[in-house]
Design a protein around this ligand. Structure first.
Ligand code: SF4
Ligand code: SF4
Length: 256
């Protein structure tokens, strides 16, 4: 994309895949580092090309961008990369990181919210994580302290790691401690989602949701559309979360 086009700001996607590509190419994310925005742009364009090659039309692509599919896909790719044995202390049943010290448990996309809700809805009415700890994620099993939606857990959960369970326990008590944090996949997801929001401005509202609210609504038997309404963030939350992550703070498991 040339500078003139970039200066012109975001373009409307129009009703074609090429129009959508142009909107992505021209989109800008206010306040985001240019290098991160360009990386997110390449990711979204690659996603569009791959999906279009498989026959996805513009409506499906817009819908997927709106719900966060490119963001989640990018995060999964990042998390699937082979890693050296980092010596993380994470283990089954170790769940201090699932005590949600932030205001809402973490920022997730619509597709993640729907996936988590679908996994938890059949468990409605059963004892949930709050039976172990009042601020625990409702997705947690209060006895085993295992995530009851492990395969459906969002990027923020998949990205959180620690070298010290003791540090996580301290953090859950509101005491700052070193050794825990989110991997870069979470930031990548937020950057890609932010770019999708910018590209779809005026076409579709790209929202984010509160993990704790979605999980709570699901185990309380609230239907998905009402759960999404209840858990929907104010628009600025995505930019705020990206700023926090960029500065090294995390919403899950960290004292706020
Ligand atoms: S992040 Fe901390 S609390 Fe969570 S599994 Fe790893 S060591 Fe345990
Ligand atoms: S959804 Fe995330 S925060 Fe909730 S129990 Fe599962 S891993 Fe923990």
């Amino acid at each position: 994309m040339n500078r003139a086009a970039r200066r012109a700001g975001a373009q409307k996607p129009g009703r074609s895949v090429e129009g959508l590509r142009k909107a992505v190419a021209a989109a800008r994310v206010p306040g985001a580092p240019p290098a991160a925005t360009e990386r997110a742009r390449r990711i979204v364009l690659a996603y569009l090309d791959a999906a279009a090659q498989k026959g996805a039309g513009v409506d499906a692509l817009v819908s997927n961008m709106k719900s966060g599919v490119p963001a989640v896909t990018a995060a999964r790719v990042a998390l699937s990369q082979p890693q050296e044995d980092a010596g993380y202390a994470c283990a089954h049943g170790c769940a201090f990181c699932c005590i949600l010290t932030g205001a809402d448990g973490g920022t997730i996309t619509e597709s993640e919210a729907r996936t988590l809700h679908a996994a938890l809805a059949p468990l409605a009415g059963q004892p949930d994580g709050r039976g172990w700890h009042p601020r625990a994620c409702p997705a947690l099993d209060p006895e085993t302290r295992a995530c009851r939606a492990y395969e459906a857990r969002p990027t923020i959960c998949r990205s959180y790691v620690s070298f010290s369970a003791e540090a996580c326990e301290q953090i859950s008590l509101g005491v700052p401690a070193e050794g825990s944090g989110v991997l870069g996949a979470h930031a990548t997801s937020l950057q890609v989602h932010s770019l999708c929001r910018a590209a779809l401005k005026g076409t579709a509202a790209v929202a984010t949701y509160a993990l704790a609210e979605i999980a709570a609504a699901a185990v309380e038997g609230v239907a998905i559309e009402a759960a999404l309404k209840r858990a929907r963030h104010k628009p600025r939350e995505l930019a705020d979360e990206l700023k926090r992550v960029s500065e090294g703070a995390s919403r899950v498991g960290r004292a706020q």
